[in-house]
Design a protein around this ligand. Structure first.
Ligand code: FPP
Length: 231
């Protein structure tokens, strides 16, 4: 969700106004994803590296997460959305962690869109944590070394149980993954747009879906093999 700061600067507003405007795009994106039958949507709201931003911006962002949880969770619940947070939540303030846990518990039984919000998240951190869990399980004797494979590894990642990511959307003009879901994006189609996040709306989401629909997913097969399998 890149481009909040530039959106604000272009309007002579503080960066925080850009993040606040970004919440509107979050709402629109969640709505359209649910309408289009997307199974799982993961939003990169705050990276492991974002702690390096000025203290005031970090504190404003954390305040925005608390506010968004307070305002949105009931409606998400009414719309059958299951909300989960991924990331190093021990780094967050206890008040935010309490709200996150309550929102997850409230929506845990929902069967609609799985909405993951990545806060204090880094793809490398996720992989290292999974490696530590595997090592612990092997040391405890609950897992044998021979049983370690892609599936047992993925089961210990933050998005364990979620489908692999099909499509990455990055707004704001940069064409990088920036330490997002490194493992889960292995086969994802990458969609980059110059649109700044506060201007990303339902139409922009549909453009990304149209881009995705035009892709042939081969997973190592040839195009002919994929076409033959579709007949
Ligand atoms: C990156 O743009 C954006 C962020 C670090 C924050 C994203 C947070 C939100 C959109 C707030 C709402 C989120 C939820 C889940 C309620 P940037 O600040 O790096 O923009 P720039 O590159 O233009 O400076």
């Amino acid at each position: 969700m890149d481009g909040n700061g530039r959106w604000a600067r272009a309007r002579n507003k503080p960066r925080h106004a850009g993040h606040r405007a970004g919440v509107r795009s979050v709402r629109a994106t969640v709505e359209v994803a649910a309408e289009r039958g997307v199974e799982c949507l993961t939003l990169f709201a705050f990276s492991s590296e974002n702690w390096r931003r000025p203290e005031e911006e970090v504190s404003n962002l954390m305040g925005l997460f608390v506010e968004a949880l307070r305002r949105e969770v009931d409606e998400l619940h009414r719309n059958n959305v299951r909300l989960r947070f991924i990331g190093a939540r021990q780094q967050l303030k206890p008040g935010l962690v309490r709200k996150i846990s309550a929102a997850e518990a409230k929506t845990a039984g929902n069967s609609g869109l799985l909405l993951n919000v990545a806060v204090a998240y880094g793809g490398r951190w996720d992989i290292v944590e999974a490696a530590k869990r595997l090592a612990t399980d092997v040391a405890n004797g609950t897992l044998s070394l021979a049983a370690i494979d892609e599936s047992t590894f993925a089961d210990r990642l933050q998005l364990a149980g979620a489908p692999d990511a099909d499509l990455l959307i990055r707004t704001g003009g940069e064409e990088r993954i920036s330490n997002f879901l490194l493992w889960n994006l292995a086969y994802a189609e990458l969609y980059f747009t110059d649109v700044l996040w506060p201007e990303f709306d339902k139409d922009e989401f549909d453009k990304a879906l149209a881009f995705f629909a035009g892709k042939q997913r081969r997973y190592g097969h040839t195009g002919d093999q994929v076409e033959a399998a579709q007949c």
